[in-house]
Design a protein around this ligand. Structure first.
Ligand SMILES: [Zn+2]
Length: 613
């Protein structure tokens, strides 16, 4: 009996607690509903997408809904705490205004620029100055998507006003006994779980650098967050980004306090050509059926080009690869790009003249990837410590950029020079990557002899364009070799990552997501990697060249090629680590992790075994 009474008492207590917790919602039901629907609009949209989109998952959507429900609940509690009428009115006005403003912003940027409330928007806002703002307003204020936005916002305001006007009716409905039970059963579990889940904000608030924040994002995801949560995340992103660059600046300054020495007695040119979206299997140099690399093959046969056979890129996103390639950080040691100096900084401290001509500095300047790379590599202080001369204007084709360097570079070369070229390569869409009527349209749809069902005429045209862009890339490399052919010169060519051009499925580009499967890895992560040595360089560095030739079959990870550059430049510095230099006899291959989680070789070997069965 006593036992039963205890249970009954406990149950009474639970009911009381639930009643107390639900009180703010029941008493200001209309306010809660407005908060919930407007603030969690994105989350509801994500949940609807779960029915028909592959990438959306219920688990994540419901967790975010719980968090958004909790946020809406907290806002309603705020109102509940306001007792006096004028204070309640003021609170309502402020919160309605902010919540509607956020939603209006969301709709505006979504319709105009297909982005949401998030890191990109906040970064752009932080970087926008007054004249840009007025230009922006005159450009977009009366654009059709903006007019649609105003219409929707007026609609939202009318709905909010209506629910306020009918608030007594809403209150009455919420006080109904059955309704109370329904609301409690439906909402309370979400609110309680959301309250528990909000500890993630504490985790986010203590993130100092993007290293911590990207772990947070990996665990948590940001694509289904309610508006208020998105704002909180965006501020955290801005903070960590600033902290990253601030540390990168400190690290760059530190370089100039370290001893450094160049062992090369003669003059020397080191040329780093950073390519873009090069699918290794489309290079004749690596066995492709079409001759897409006539010049490179010639250089190889002549003995000037050393071709490495097993190089992979750990990511398929340009900005991630670029930041971690320029930085000398050791990713296998979980070091981030802002924790080590860049190779140009080290070269410049060693007395090299450093030149950088970059096709992508001006490319899609309002995208977060370009912003984040530019904020790092072209930060004023870092640029001053790293380069003697930079390209400043955008170019249509890679060849034009090389021409601009040849004709317009103003800083005279020194004894030792580092030249960096960042190409646009074969980036989607490849048909825009090579000039017409200049002999690069070697292949047409008729040249592509693929027989899969999805390989239509348009697909064949795309593949032919990709191969033509690859032919053009080959000619650009030849133009670079020719500039320094008669000098003591070493040129490295390495693209940031691969790509897809309908190689194994009906898909091109890198937007289709990445799976831990051999076909995906071969396309996106296998990259060509070659070292071109002038005759003089070969003559002057017999041992180094011999060691490079002996290293061509070693497994490598592209981010470590910047370490090898230090050796090629004859630079003695504490930042050089022979165990990461693929050309060094002390090289120690490590586990090759791609996308921070998959063991590349394990996935490839497993697929080979399965095919063997
Ligand atoms: Zn790229």
């Amino acid at each position: 009996m006593k036992y039963k009474e205890k249970i009954k008492a406990f149950w009474q207590w639970i009911l009381k607690a639930a009643n107390w917790l639900m009180k703010p919602i029941i008493e200001d039901f209309n306010f809660f509903l407005v908060m919930w629907f407007i603030n969690c609009g994105v989350t509801f949209g994500y949940l609807v997408g779960c029915f028909y989109l592959d990438g959306n998952n219920w688990d994540h959507g419901l967790r975010c809904l719980a968090l958004g429900t909790f946020v809406s609940y907290v806002l309603t509690w705020g109102l509940h705490l306001c007792r006096k009428r004028p204070i309640r009115m003021a609170y309502k006005c402020i919160i309605y205004f902010l919540v509607v403003l956020l939603e209006a912003t969301y709709i505006f940027v979504n319709l105009n620029f297909e982005m949401g409330i998030g890191a990109r928007l906040f970064t752009l806002l932080a970087e926008t100055n007054e004249s840009e703002t007025s230009e922006f307003i005159t450009t977009y204020a009366f654009a059709t998507p903006s007019l649609i936005t105003y219409g929707i916002v007026v609609g939202i305001i009318i709905v909010v006003a209506l629910t306020e006007w009918l608030r007594k009716w809403f209150n009455k409905a919420a006080h109904n006994k059955v309704m109370k039970v329904v609301l409690t059963v439906l909402l309370l579990p979400f609110i309680l779980f959301g309250a528990y889940y909000s500890h993630n904000y504490v985790r986010m608030a203590i993130c100092k650098h993007s290293k911590d924040l990207s772990n947070w994002v990996a665990d948590f995801g940001t694509n289904a967050l309610d508006n208020v949560s998105s704002v909180i995340y965006s501020f955290s992103y801005l903070n960590t980004s600033h902290a990253d660059v601030a540390q990168a600046i400190d690290v760059a300054r530190e370089v100039y306090n370290t001893p450094i020495e160049v062992t090369e007695a003669d003059s020397l040119n080191v040329v780093m050509v950073f390519g873009e979206s090069y699918i290794k299997s489309h290079a004749a140099l690596y066995g492709y059926e079409h001759n897409t690399t006539p010049y490179m093959i010639k250089e190889r046969d002549r003995g000037n080009l050393i071709v490495f056979n097993d190089m992979i890129s750990p990511y398929n996103a340009t900005s991630t690869v670029q930041k971690n390639f320029f930085s000398l950080n050791d990713m296998s040691n979980n070091e981030y790009w802002y924790e080590s100096p860049t190779f140009p900084t080290v070269f410049r401290h060693a007395g090299y003249k450093v030149y950088i001509w970059d096709m992508q500095r001006e490319y899609q300047k309002t995208e977060l990837y370009t912003i984040s790379v530019n904020a790092f590599l072209y930060n004023d202080t870092i640029a001053k410590l790293s380069y003697d001369e930079m390209s400043s204007i955008p170019f249509k084709y890679d060849g034009q950029m090389i021409g601009d360097f040849k004709n317009n570079s103003k800083v005279p070369p020194g004894k030792h020079n580092l030249y960096i070229f960042h190409l646009k390569g074969q980036h989607v869409n490849p048909s825009y990557r090579y000039p017409r009527g200049k002999g690069f349209g070697v292949f047409t749809a008729d040249s592509i002899h693929r027989t899969e069902e999805y390989v239509t005429k348009e697909v064949k045209e795309y593949i032919a364009d990709y191969d033509n862009a690859t032919v053009y890339n080959d000619a650009v490399l030849k133009a670079i070799f020719d500039i320094w052919r008669d000098k003591n010169t070493v040129v490295i060519y390495l693209p940031d990552h691969g790509d897809e051009a309908y190689d194994f499925r009906d898909h091109c580009g890198r937007q289709g997501g990445t799976r831990a499967e051999a076909d995906y890895f071969h396309c996106d992560n296998d990259v060509p990697f070659v070292v071109w040595c002038s005759d003089t360089f070969i003559k002057k560095h017999p041992e180094l060249v011999k060691q490079m030739r002996a290293a061509v079959d070693r497994p490598g990870i592209s981010l470590d090629v910047s370490i090898m550059l230090l050796r090629l430049g004859g630079i003695k510095t504490k930042y050089y680590d022979a165990s990461r230099d693929i050309s060094s006899p002390s090289y120690k291959p490590k586990k090759r992790i791609v996308y921070d989680r998959y063991d590349y070789d394990e996935v490839i070997n497993k697929s080979k075994e399965e095919k063997g069965k």
